[in-house]
Design a protein. Sequence first.
Length: 455
Amino acid sequence: MNERFQAGHTAQSSRKNTGLPLSAAQMEIWLATQLTESSLPYTVGESIEINGPVDVNRFQAALGQLVAETDALQVRIVSEDGEPRQIFGPIPKSSLQFVDFVREMNVNEAAAQFVQSELSRAMNLEQGPLFAFSLLRLEQNRYWWLHRYHHIVVDGLSMGFLARRAAAIYTAIGRGQVEAEGNSGSIRLLLGDDDAYRSSSQFDRDKAYWTGQVADAPLPVSLTGRTATSTAHHIRHSGVLPLTAIEPFLSEGNVGRDAASLAVAVMAAYLARLSNVDDIVLKLPVRSRSREENRSSVVGMSANLLPLRLQVKRNGSFQTLIQQASSEIHELLRHQMYRGAELYTRADNSSADSLSSGCGVNVMAFDYNFFFDDSPVRVNKFIRGLADDLTFVLYKATAADLQIDLFGNSSLYSAAELEFHHRRITHLLQAVAAKPEAKVGSIDVLLPSERRLLL
């Protein structure tokens, strides 16, 4: 049963419909969309599982306020004199699609299929809106809220801010309170910072730093001999570990720099052990933002992808490798404003020598410990984008659970192969977290079941 609850909010934006340029991050997405037939590959989203009752009309009202106060959700991308510009139109009516799965034979499977179908729906950059909301009822007191966005207006961390903000508004309405306007900020701040950075001495220093970093970088390591196709997309295998599995690497119970260093070290060691290559380059997603006050919480697109290089020594300890990863991450973040896209093609422009392919690690530090009324949530993140190779993703799904996802290029890995690598990497992560003093070459990358077959 499908119902649509249309917001009554029809207020018009006070801003004039004057076009603004795209940021460097947005321009990269826009250029990529011009190479494909649709915007399908450029969707980011997450499902928030709400374990408790939900008032659907109140939920719709909360989303209406969320859209009204968030610049990035009021944007469309149009062409002016052949150049892309972003304009603020009338505040979009927030439409919430409600779908009831309670009577389905297999509730979770039916809901998951619906989510995948929704993630594949195109968003028209010129017409907008560049977001969509769905509320799925799986049981009387269990819901999934799917919120998805075109990547040109929202990055991964922004989704976390939007989810937390929606929960705060929903809860305040239920208590008869007026929730003060949030701090989603203006994308004009990001555009201004972008312009200021590119004309600054810091830009020149960052360019020199990254030019040196990639000058003699090795080609990326892959665990397959297949060749990627231009139509490839992400496939995913997921699993959950208790947070206690990496407890020594948590910061006050949260995923942070230490957990990121652990994940990077584990992925680098896994690639090195299977490829017999010691010089490993991984891609690390960061936010290309100024450190000025209030910039971190501005909802918008500023995702960046930068290379991180590690020397994996088999006779060295994992603790040493983790420390090396931490040091390299620290140095990378000092230069995170520089666009990785400008690095990924070498001077000879040879696609074979491109650094844009290869494996990556994405550790998301956002804390999803919030509530709709008194109902706790768990998060499940999705992405639809042009896939490179393998990406190891780690984040805190609940107060007690660690989500571990492995995304793969569909033309390089089958679902079975992806599951196989996921199980191995998860096993290695647990082993290293429990015994970081072990030598890199001493911890078995094979699963216990594989080892038994060899004996």
